[in-house]
Design a protein around this ligand. Structure first.
Ligand code: FAQ
Length: 327
């Protein structure tokens, strides 16, 4: 659980300094790396790890919101939420496909998720307690995802970068639908406004944790920046998110739950209070409120879907046999 397994890795490599240098030159020249290109084993593993984690996050991320589809307050809200949750499933599928181009199978990745070896975003281990949480997830969680993923559209690995373009367009719709829910509540009755504030109080800090540990504690950032997989560090993206989101909260008349939040004229951004990193690592290591339920639900969904996968394979086999017989 502490370090995501490096599935698909072949062990020893014989990478010469010349090979590594030529590869880095391609990266520096902003050339896209494609699945059939030669690449360092570490580059491939880093991508399998990150794209796999990202795919799992999308799929597990369907659960907290899926919980509210039957309880959405109107048909319009229900239709939008249903579409959003389906989009997240689609994002997971593009991402699993992008990872598969690196020589790892969907089954292997799924097995790593179910066994607890593979990570997924910490944010999805928090419960959705009220309808306002659906608005807050769109506003903050999709907002943080966009901040992180827009630079990934320029990732050096072609399939990941291309998948991110469509994903970001859809996340943008998600963010707006969330913000609109929260705006409606914030402008509603005192009870509704209180519901929105309570939700912001619970989701603000976990949303900041989505960007990962401080740069000083980020194991992979330096190498991922050199390979242009990541374009900004965790702290840089977190700062951009805070600077963009605080004015949105002010517009809503809601209070960001951070007494140390203060505009810093000199740096042109907000100073903020310390994140509870103990909580972050506790959740990442599997001890958040919802970790067990999330994995239990994903396992059950995989088992319940087994007949669909078997039927699809049987159908493909029949078509193949018919084609051969007709030749
Ligand atoms: N949660 O060295 P770094 C979404 C792990 S999508 C759990 O800084 P890196 C859409 C990290 O894996 C949300 N684990 O790592 C949606 C590493 O462990 P490892 C997901 C975390 O990779 C919205 C260790 O800590 N987005 O929300 C977290 O350079 C609404 C050290 O960290 C992506 O995955 C965390 N928050 O940077 C869906 C975007 N942070 O692997 C439904 C792509 C760090 O060595 C509803 N990923 N760790 O065992 C990334 O940009 C990067 O992977 C980071 C982490 C920035 C997440």
């Amino acid at each position: 659980m502490y370090s995501q397994g490096l599935i698909g890795a072949d062990g020893q490599t014989n990478e010469t300094p010349e090979f590594l240098e030529t590869f880095q030159k391609r990266i520096d020249a902003e050339e896209k790396v494609e699945p059939t290109d030669a690449m360092p084993e570490g580059y491939r593993r880093t991508l399998v790890r990150q794209i796999g984690q990202h795919a799992h996050s999308e799929i597990v991320g369907m659960l907290p919101e899926g919980n509210w589809i039957t309880r959405a307050p109107s048909l319009r809200r229900k239709a939008a939420l249903l579409a959003k949750v389906q989009d997240e499933g689609g994002h997971g599928l593009y991402l699993y496909s992008a990872a598969e181009t690196l020589g790892v199978s969907r089954e292997e990745m799924t097995e790593e998720l179910h066994s607890g070896k593979a990570k997924y975003s910490s944010i999805f281990n928090y419960p959705t307690l009220s309808w306002a949480d659906i608005g807050t997830i769109g506003w903050l969680v999709d907002g943080a995802a966009i901040m992180n993923q827009i630079p990934l559209c320029r990732c050096s690995f072609g399939p990941y970068a291309r998948a991110m373009i469509r994903v970001c367009k859809e996340e943008s719709f998600h963010q707006r639908q969330g913000y609109e829910i929260i705006m409606t509540l914030a402008q509603g009755t005192p009870e509704q406004k209180e519901m929105a504030q309570d939700s912001l109080n619970r989701w603000w800090w976990p949303s900041l944790m989505m960007f990962g540990p401080h740069d000083a504690d980020s194991e992979h950032s330096d190498q991922s920046m050199t390979w242009k997989i990541k374009r900004f560090t965790n702290d840089q993206l977190r700062q951009k998110f805070i600077d963009a989101t605080v004015p949105q909260a002010e517009y809503l008349g809601l209070k960001v739950p951070d007494p140390d939040l203060k505009w810093n004229e000199e740096k042109g951004g907000y100073d903020h209070g310390e994140i509870d990193w103990d909580e972050f690592w506790r959740v990442v290591k599997g001890h958040g409120r919802m970790n067990r339920d999330r994995i239990k639900d994903r396992r059950a969904a995989w088992e319940r879907g087994a007949w669909v996968r078997e039927a699809a394979l049987a159908h493909a086999e029949k078509r193949r046999a018919r084609k051969i017989a007709a030749e």
